[in-house]
Design a protein. Structure first.
Lengths: 95, 495
């Protein structure tokens, strides 16, 4: 499996990271090195083995479905790059 | 009294309780050492006002006889931990200026126990790295140098600042986190002790997430006893972390008897790597002899899927990272790029993330995105999770056969020079974690103990891997190893 610049560009797009065109060949190359390393996993017989979901055999705790927190709008917005009138502000999304 | 910063946690605690020193004196001694150690670039956000305030409060508690073990002891906190009102950047430009409105569970526990925070410690960006060279703050530097050389060496990573600070006596101990070896490898590179507890022992709440199924916090200390003391203060169930184990936390320090008679110590043949340096081989053999002399039984074991641990890790960790780091979108916190006219929200995401994430983080996020993308999810991600199940089974089988702990080298080499790996491909750097990463994949406790030096005078460490939830027994074996190795070397002060 070899990654070309087109695939690298697609992955960058999916990851929402802007990569300049001239940086794509080097990026594709790095992906290929890492994926080449990962290919070793194909040697392992995983027939009938369940993919691990939890490393410790424990049931996740449940709690009563009630509000336990809230009413801290100012704290939530404190670190926002752009907050206005109690909201996060972003560039226009809907025309 | 001079050089209080050089005390261990245990000694400082005893002196505090005896009234020989005050927490303010201890704290001032550390703050002075930190100010002189700019060349190590270990502390990246200093908090002297908070430290002195906490120290004064601790002194009051100690006087009143209400002094938990960590009370009054000055420590450093890895930048990955969210600390209220104090910059918590995960060494990333994308979190520049971020000051959490909340306190991580672990720092809360330490502060409730009376610990003093000296400041935040350097690390690899988002804990992704093995040399502390991916940090937005620049490299942390190892206080150790090769004999006859003044070349700067890496303190390891990702908890490089923590390791450097503890080794250089800038603090009595520090917090670290470990996703693939980020506590144990830096500890080995700096002649310090670092333990990663069983997955679920320490709450992950308020610790900036890298790979949630692998991340665990732990202490980095000057001795095994100190690791026991500090680990106990950090552990415990937390409702805010659904993977936090609801188990009683034992008194780890009380379990340090040094008696390991009859313990079965496994030596995994798969850890004998091709091209392993002779001095690492020797270190390992010496460690086996020490444990045997202490009455343990040394047995050969096999962990057949060891070879596949790193490749599995480099699917699972980036996959989880790509998901975790999706939150850095320039909307709720952190860096937002300056936009051009006509840029919409997608350009805002893409530019903010390109500017805010460093190269290694971008690479891992994109690898993670790729292995999770349609068409590759089964071939990469699910396969890696299956292999992970097999790696864990290897350990389960060995423990079921009666092995109490497993002894391995902690790292494939001593600390290397900063910049030495710049031209290597990323996989070369990943190999640093070859002995430690299996432990994260299997969720087990692992500890790195300094047991010798190499030909150039640099510290080397051995790793002990324990049964799940049996940190107390593991610490006791490490205590016996530490006692037998008698490692007392310290770096000569050049900074």
């Amino acid at each position: 499996m070899s990654i070309d610049t087109k695939t690298a560009a697609k992955v960058a797009k999916l990851a929402r990271i802007k990569v300049e065109d001239e940086a794509l060949p080097a990026l594709a190359n790095e992906f290929n090195t890492i994926l080449g390393f990962i290919e070793q996993l194909n040697e392992v017989d995983v027939e009938g083995v369940e993919p691990m979901t939890s490393v410790t055999p424990m049931r996740l705790k449940r709690r009563v479905d009630v509000v336990t927190d809230g009413g801290q709008q100012d704290k939530v917005l404190k670190n926002a790059p752009d907050a206005r009138e109690g909201f996060f502000a972003v560039p226009k999304v809907v025309e | 009294m001079s050089e209080l910063n050089k005390l261990t946690l245990a000694d400082a605690r005893d002196k505090l309780r005896a009234g020989d020193v005050t927490s303010v004196e201890l704290t001032e001694s550390c703050l002075k050492a930190i100010d002189k150690a700019g060349a190590l670039n270990a502390f990246v956000h200093k908090t002297p006002e908070i430290a002195l305030e906490q120290a004064k409060a601790a002194d009051v508690r100690i006087k009143a006889g209400d002094a938990p073990a960590m009370c009054g002891l000055p420590v450093g906190i890895k930048d990955l931990f969210c600390t209220k009102g104090v910059p918590s950047q995960a060494a990333s430009a994308i979190l520049e200026g971020f000051k959490p409105e909340y306190e991580s569970t672990i720092t809360s526990k330490l502060f409730d126990a009376g610990s003093v925070m000296l400041g935040k410690l350097n690390m690899d960006e988002f804990a992704m790295g093995s040399s502390n060279e991916t940090s937005v703050y620049g490299n942390a530097v190892n206080p150790w140098r090769r004999e006859g050389s003044d070349a700067d060496l890496t303190p390891g990573g990702s908890s490089g600042g923590s390791a450097s600070a503890v080794a250089a006596d800038l603090c009595l101990a520090a917090t670290g986190t470990d996703t693939g070896g980020s506590i144990r490898q830096p500890a080995a590179f700096t002649g310090t002790v670092g333990i990663k507890p069983t997955y679920g022992r320490c709450s992950r709440w308020g610790v900036v997430a890298f790979a949630s199924s692998l991340d665990q916090a732990g202490p980095m200390t000057k001795s095994v006893r100190d690791a026991a003391i500090m680990l106990e203060a950090m552990c415990g169930h937390d409702e805010k972390d659904s993977t936090s184990a609801d188990l009683a936390v034992p008194n780890f320090e009380a379990m340090l008897t040094g008696d390991i008679k009859g313990k079965k110590i496994g030596i995994p043949k798969e850890y004998r790597m091709d091209g392993m340096p002779a001095e690492i081989e020797k270190l390992w053999e010496n460690g086996q002899a020490m444990l045997k002399d202490a009455g343990a039984e040394i047995v050969d074991i096999s962990l057949p899927h060891t070879k596949y641990a790193l490749p599995a890790y480099y699917v699972i960790a980036p996959a989880e990272a790509s998901s975790n780091l999706a939150r850095y979108d320039g909307v709720r916190f952190g860096h937002r790029a300056t936009l051009d006219a006509g840029d919409g929200i997608t350009e805002m995401y893409e530019k903010s993330r390109a500017e805010g994430f460093g190269h290694e983080v971008q690479r891992r996020v994109m690898v993670g995105t790729y292995v999770l993308s349609a068409g590759f999810y089964d071939a990469y991600y699910n396969r890696a999770r299956r292999v992970r199940a097999l790696i864990k089974k290897d350990f389960d089988d060995v423990f079921a056969a009666g092995v109490d702990a497993i002894l391995t080298p902690a790292t494939p080499s001593a600390a290397f020079g900063l910049g030495e790996m710049t031209d290597a491909d990323p996989v070369q750097m990943y190999l640093n974690d070859v002995f430690t990463v299996t432990v994260n994949l299997a969720g087990l406790p692992g500890i790195s103990v300094p047991t010798g030096v190499d030909a150039q005078g640099l510290p080397l460490g051995l790793q002990l891997i324990g049964r799940p939830w049996e940190e107390g027994d593991l610490l006791n074996t490490a205590y016996a190893l530490e006692g037998a190795a008698g490692f007392v070397a310290k770096p000569g002060q050049w900074w």
